[in-house]
Design a protein around this ligand. Structure first.
Ligand SMILES: Cc1cc2nc3c(=O)[nH]c(=O)nc-3n(C[C@H](O)[C@H](O)[C@H](O)COP(=O)(O)OP(=O)(O)OC[C@H]3O[C@@H](n4cnc5c(N)ncnc54)[C@H](O)[C@@H]3O)c2cc1C
Length: 403
């Protein structure tokens, strides 16, 4: 009990010192500096990504959201910087960077537009799945154009009747000669209808995970069609549609790995996907902490700027603390995955769960600090809140009881 009281007292004193040192708190350069601990090379491409976000994304993110524009040309510019195949091998056009490097880049890009960056992260995941599980012909056929983002990819696991219970999927792929005949449909597919390459999990065998295979279906294949574009709360800079297969003929040569390996391929893609989507949440939270700080510095109530209010100082210090803690967890998970550690899968899930929840709360708190202005579309904070809400739902649903 004594220890607990001392811990609490120490924390309060520390926060108070932090909070009352306005220069430190409101510069936030020390406590939320995302370059801490990075190598010189990592700092360099982080700067490239931050600059790209500031110049090529931030000025347009509201318009992409409002008009539901999928910013193809902007993403191709990002690909020129190596962001179309960040952790894909260089032999097929990738940048060959590590999972930590990837996280650093997605966090920085997301400060410019979390929705667009999240789609780029899904595209990277599909590209990596083909690079990792494809044979040399498949890698050479698909990866180079995915790396330049001349072509775009979608990940197709969820079905109308199978979400959290993904291994119960019922889209069938029946072998007939040198083709699979696909029948069924996929729900909520990011990029669906606008993308060119569909990485599809389908049933070639019996019930359960072991009956699932992974095939690549190309746009234009007879029997492939799309549902209507979904109207969404956020993620409006990327389309979401159902993907429908009706006697869709896919060459056997488009199967990744062995028959029955599809579920493992899907899950191994998602390990990295979870770090990536958590990194996108980090970027949004990073941007929102800064937006909140800027607002508190200029907004006057009760005769002084809100930044002089000690409660709000505490709140901002708490948000910055949670942001830094979240970043540390994401980076630890990224390192574990890169090193193939036995705790990697658990850490990726933990990072996804913790960070997407914490970062949503940070963004929502930042909106609250803006008062009524935070609810207006002229202020970017509301878009970050709307865009990262879905990170708590996809790539492994967070528990509904999360705060
Ligand atoms: C905008 C958007 C984009 C998406 N993009 C893609 C994509 O590109 N590719 C793709 O494959 N999928 C995509 N998804 C789908 C997403 O992955 C699923 O929505 C998610 O897996 C949850 O499935 P569900 O919606 O069917 O919810 P359900 O599985 O029906 O879950 C509903 C609720 O029940 C809870 N629940 C379920 N089972 C249990 C249990 N056993 N115990 C306790 N609680 C439980 C869940 O936590 C949740 O709260 C996307 C979704 C959205 C909204």
């Amino acid at each position: 009990m004594y220890c607990l009281i001392m811990l609490w007292f120490g924390l309060q004193c520390h926060l108070q010192c932090c909070a009352t040192d306005l220069n430190k708190l409101f510069s936030l350069s020390v406590c939320v500096n995302s370059a801490h601990g990075l190598s010189t090379e990592q700092r360099e491409f982080q700067k490239v990504a931050f600059d790209f976000a500031a110049n090529e994304m931030t000025p347009y993110m509201a318009e992409w959201d409002e008009k539901e524009i999928f910013p193809v040309e902007t993403m191709r510019k990002a690909a020129q910087l190596g962001f179309g195949g960040i952790y894909v091998q260089p032999e097929v056009g990738g940048s060959g960077l590590s999972r930590l490097d990837t996280s650093v880049i997605f966090e920085a890009l997301s400060t410019g537009c979390a929705s667009t960056t999240a789609y780029i992260s899904i595209h990277n995941m599909c590209n990596w799945m083909i690079d990792t599980y494809g044979n040399i012909e498949q890698r050479e056929k698909f990866c180079p154009e995915l790396c330049t983002m001349n072509k775009f990819a979608s990940y197709c696991l969820t079905e109308p009747g199978s979400g959290s219970d993904a291994a119960s999927l019922i889209t069938t792929a029946k072998l007939e000669g040198d083709h699979y005949v696909l029948n069924g449909s996929k729900a909520f597919i990011s990029g669906g209808g606008d993308t060119d390459v569909y990485v599809v999990m389908c049933r070639t065998g019996g019930k359960g995970a072991k009956g699932i295979s992974c095939v690549v279906v190309e746009k234009g294949t007879p029997g492939l069609s799309f549902g209507k574009k979904e109207k969404k709360v956020g993620w409006n800079s990327q389309p979401t549609r159902a993907v429908i297969f009706e006697d869709c003929l896919v060459p056997v040569t488009n199967r990744l790995g062995q028959e029955g390996q599809g579920f493992n391929i899907a899950m191994s893609g998602l390990n990295g996907g979870r770090i990536n989507i958590a990194s996108c949440s980090l970027g949004a939270a990073h941007a929102c902490v800064q937006l909140a700080r800027d607002h508190l510095l200029v907004r006057k109530q009760f005769g002084e700027t809100l930044s002089n209010n000690q409660f709000l100082q505490f709140k901002l210090a708490e948000m910055a603390t949670k942001l830094v803690a979240s970043r540390l967890l994401v980076r630890e998970a990224a390192l574990a995955l890169q090193e193939g550690r036995s705790d990697a899968v658990s850490l990726c899930s933990m990072a996804k769960l913790f960070v997407t929840d914490e970062c949503f709360n940070i963004c929502n708190q930042a909106l609250q600090m803006h008062g009524g202005y935070g609810y207006l579309k002229d202020y970017a904070v509301q878009q970050f809140v709307r865009d990262i809400r879905v990170h708590q739902i996809l790539e492994g649903m967070n528990t509904p009881c999360s705060p």
